[in-house]
Design a protein around this ligand. Structure first.
Ligand code: ZN
Length: 192
């Protein structure tokens, strides 16, 4: 084994095995890919592979500076989404929703919304102020979680993704068509 002090500048030092497993940063699928507009399949197996996928999804979401990421956005047509409205500031705010269902919604809030799969575009969407979701965690345990305002919005936005619905569908036809036209133009220019 070479002495580290004499190793060349090109040498890499292997991380000790006691460190956390490496995570995979997935590229985010952009609007136009049909996977974003089809419903995901239910998660049936909750194993080590699934737990790794969840960690990879959190890492990919933080890398993209998002507060939510759904499996179809990384090219996997599955009913799985991760959410953290603190953007990684509070580890306790990490939420895993496998096979989620909205079981209660209340109130209305109109707020601007964006999507990692539709970068550069935002629009006002009316969402419930309070949302209660029933879901399974990364281990497959069922639980219920209630969210308010931004978290309620994230629940709705991400669960929409699992049903093949994008926030564009909640905009007025005029606004939606405007965004679609701009994206078409960007695509022609090779910028999408
Ligand atoms: Zn989205």
């Amino acid at each position: 084994m070479p002495d580290k002090s004499t190793s060349s500048e090109h040498a890499t030092v292997a991380a000790p095995e006691t460190l956390a497993k490496p995570v995979k940063i997935y590229p985010i699928v952009k609007y136009g890919d049909p996977i974003l507009e089809k419903p995901g399949a239910p998660i049936k197996k909750f194993d080590a592979e699934m737990e790794q996928l969840v960690e990879d999804m959190f890492a990919s979401m933080y890398a993209a500076q998002g507060v939510g990421l759904a499996a179809p956005q990384i090219g996997l047509s599955l009913r799985l989404t991760v959410i953290d409205v603190t953007g990684g500031k509070n580890p306790e705010a990490k939420i895993v929703l496998a096979n989620p269902e909205i079981i209660h919604a209340e109130g209305e809030v109109r707020e601007e919304e964006g999507c990692l799969s539709i970068p550069g575009f935002r629009g006002y969407v009316i969402r419930p102020q309070f949302v209660t979701v029933k879901a399974q965690n990364a281990k497959g345990e069922s639980y219920e979680i209630r969210g308010e305002n931004l978290l309620a919005r994230a629940f709705c936005h991400e669960i929409d993704h699992l049903n093949g619905i994008l926030f564009l569908q909640h905009l007025s036809m005029l606004k939606r068509d405007l965004i679609k036209r701009k994206i078409k133009k960007l695509r022609k220019q090779g910028e999408w």
